[in-house]
Design a protein around this ligand. Structure first.
Ligand code: ADP
Ligand code: MG
Length: 238
């Protein structure tokens, strides 16, 4: 049974066909990187998987269960955005615990999960601060921490590092890779950064024209790119 199964998902906005039949099967523990030109529907696909957007046809399954009509909060998914989306009036600790309180998780369990995430992301010195008193990289670590404490079955990342400067991107990318190893979590990661894709991915999905153009390991894409876009993206001489 796959962790995530997307079966022939289509999406139209009015007359605009954004996704034209996406099929994707993700195994448990896999880190899938999704790439493609701007506007090709990467964010729309993530939002559909998360339940933040309805699809026009097709099915989404999480751990074997069809979730087409399941509200976002009940899908066992946590999504991290480029824009962090932290609450400015809440401390780091409160930003991380808010969703758990709403879900009715018991206080000692909340404390345990927050301690775990804070340790993993080196957030301990920052827990009482408000987002305005954090750097961009620190805010993004908080956003990732907020996802971890929910113990999701599936993590979705939508260009999470694109607001960070080059050095921070590298650090945060290495942290994410280490996080993936430690948690053994299933992750889908959207980026337009070739290095991120090639170094993080178990498999890369290339989207273009509303379709999956190719899916394979970084090496497979490099050695046998299915078209010019893929070849250009992975820097293959072919
Ligand atoms: P990407 O993340 O790959 O850059 P998006 O998924 O954001 O692409 O967008 C894919 C296409 O769908 C774009 O042409 C965008 O303009 C369109 N789109 C996205 N959201 C909406 C919406 N709510 N209403 C109309 N069109 C939308
Ligand atoms: Mg996008």
């Amino acid at each position: 049974m796959s962790a995530l199964n997307v079966e022939h998902v289509t999406k139209r906005f009015g007359d605009t066909h954004v996704l034209n039949g996406i099929d994707l099967d993700v195994e448990e523990g896999e880190l899938i990187v999704c790439v493609g030109p701007s506007g090709c529907g990467k964010s729309t696909l993530l939002r559909i998987i998360a339940g933040l957007e309805d699809h026009t046809s097709g099915h989404v399954r999480i751990a074997g269960t069809v979730v087409d009509a399941t509200p976002p909060a009940r899908r066992g998914i946590a999504m991290v955005f480029q824009s962090y989306a932290l609450y400015p009036h809440l401390s780091v600790a409160d930003n991380m615990s808010l969703a758990l309180k709403r879900e009715g998780v018991a206080k000692p369990e909340i404390a345990r999960r927050i301690a775990f995430a804070a340790e993993m992301l080196a957030l301990n010195p920052l827990m009482r601060r408000r987002p305005a008193a954090l750097s961009g990289g620190q805010r993004q670590r908080v956003a990732i921490g907020r996802a971890i404490v929910r113990q999701p079955k599936l993590f979705l990342f939508d260009e999470p590092l694109s607001n960070l400067d080059a050095a921070l991107r590298v650090n945060t990318r290495l942290e994410l890779a280490s996080l993936h190893r430690k948690l053994g979590a299933t992750m889908i990661y959207v980026t337009h950064d070739q290095t991120e894709a090639m170094t993080l991915a178990d498999r890369i999905v290339v989207l273009d024209g509303g379709r999956v153009q190719q899916i394979g390991t970084p090496r497979e894409l490099y050695e046998q790119p299915s078209n010019r876009f893929v070849a250009g993206f992975v820097g293959s001489p072919k």
